[in-house]
Design a protein around this ligand. Structure first.
Ligand SMILES: Cc1ncc(COP(=O)(O)O)c(C=O)c1O
Length: 388
């Protein structure tokens, strides 16, 4: 029995994922949609939170040198990436950081490049800021993975008005970890065309099946100077509710611009509990994380066998990282609305429709598998019941 097998009831906890009535119009759906996990955070994190609560004073907080050392130590240990403390800055969340970056690095006439299908706030946030979005569509390969159309990417990056490229590594929704050769090309193109590269690496601690993740800013000095890297303990250790993320900006000029927007919105301090939790997670969470990674790998192998046996028409994209599985259900020849209706009404199951990630995601579904095995089996039974 794994520690991740324990089922914890999350209903009536103000959970975005589980208290679904307002979202799906029903309480009895099994939620396998938004990306948080049904696992408790490591014990050491809970202990750190208790220590802070027992201290009882929850005043304004700025992470100190111990927290910075924990972040640096974590990146060095996990990714062999050495960063300077001066490059560390904070944000409540990565979506907030995206928004601040758009404001800091683009003006009203500027354009932003993204690669759909991709995490939808990338384009939604750009549109909310009324920036023009250029779409470098990812291409589906014959083995049901995505690759990059570099010719098209260069065309979009070379547009004089393109100032920012929002990139996702590992990629959400497909779980692709980009190879070093691909990252070098991307970095070099951004340097060549002087486009700021925001690399959202929030899923990078969750690399599966011995895949190799490289932080793009670790490749060389010129790429590092062009890059803003977003990381967080939130996906890794299930701490999203604590609203504490890290934005790494080596280039002083870029960091000053970003800091100016943080100041504009009064976002220079961090959540007191979030800072303590982050420090404890990065210092003590590795054993827990390694166990989690194995647990998720077993889930994925189970899903592949289950689907092959029960619904072989569905193509499963094996994620290189994280806990989101991308299913190709285009054989159904139904719209995403029709598929969602089937899932919700016949299966009582909530997934993310592919079109939410961009038009070229239509006919796909994203399932969040970060749940105990029993819940996963239940979800797969519902999935097959709805689509068969
Ligand atoms: C790629 C990516 N970026 C950002 C986020 C959200 O980050 P935050 O909750 O810190 O805003 C998610 C959540 O699923 C994500 O997948």
């Amino acid at each position: 029995m794994s520690r991740f097998d324990r089922i914890i009831d999350r209903r009536n906890t103000n959970s975005v994922k589980w208290d679904t009535k307002g979202i799906f119009g029903a309480e009895d759906v099994l939620p396998m949609w938004v990306a948080d996990m049904d696992f408790p955070t490591p014990d050491e994190v809970i202990e750190a939170l208790k220590t802070r609560a027992n201290h009882g004073i929850l005043g304004y907080t700025m992470p100190g040198s111990d927290t910075e050392a924990a972040i640096r130590g974590w990146l060095k240990k996990r990714n062999n990436w050495e960063i300077d403390s001066s490059s560390i800055t904070y944000s409540p969340g990565i979506v907030t950081a995206l928004s601040m970056a758009i404001q800091a690095f683009t003006g009203p006439e500027d354009k932003i490049v993204i690669q759909p299908p991709v995490y939808y706030p990338f384009f939604e946030m750009a549109k909310k800021h009324k920036r023009e979005v250029l779409y470098n569509h990812l291409r589906l390969t014959s083995d049901n993975r995505y690759d990059i159309d570099f010719e098209d990417l260069e065309e979009k990056l070379s547009d004089k008005m393109t100032k920012l490229f929002i990139f996702c590594n590992p990629h959400n929704p497909s779980g692709r970890v980009w190879r070093k050769e691909e990252l070098i090309k991307i970095g070099e193109l951004c340097v060549k065309h002087n486009v700021i590269l925001l690399s959202d690496d929030i899923h990078s601690d969750l690399v599966l099946f011995d895949n190799q993740y490289t932080p793009i800013a670790s490749i060389n000095e010129s790429i590092a100077n062009q890059t803003i890297t977003c990381i967080a303990p939130s996906k890794t250790f299930n701490l999203a509710g604590l609203q504490t993320s890290v934005v790494l900006i080596k280039n002083d000029t870029l960091r000053r611009k970003f800091n100016a927007v943080q100041e504009l919105y009064g976002l220079m301090t961090v959540n007191t509990f979030g800072a303590d939790a982050m420090e404890a997670a990065y210092k003590h969470g590795e054993v827990w994380l390694n166990e989690l990674i194995h647990y998720l790998e077993d889930h994925i192998l189970f899903i592949e066998n289950y689907i092959k046996e029960k619904l072989p028409e569905v193509k499963v994209t094996r994620p290189d990282a994280s806990y989101l599985v991308w299913f190709d259900v285009r054989y159904l020849q139904k719209s995403d609305e029709e598929i969602m209706e089937l899932l919700l009404e016949k299966g009582k199951l909530a997934l993310e429709p592919g079109s939410k990630f961009g038009e070229n995601g239509a006919g796909f579904l994203r399932m969040n598998i970060a749940c105990p095995k029993e819940t996963l089996k239940d979800g797969l039974d519902r999935f097959v019941k709805a689509l068969k």
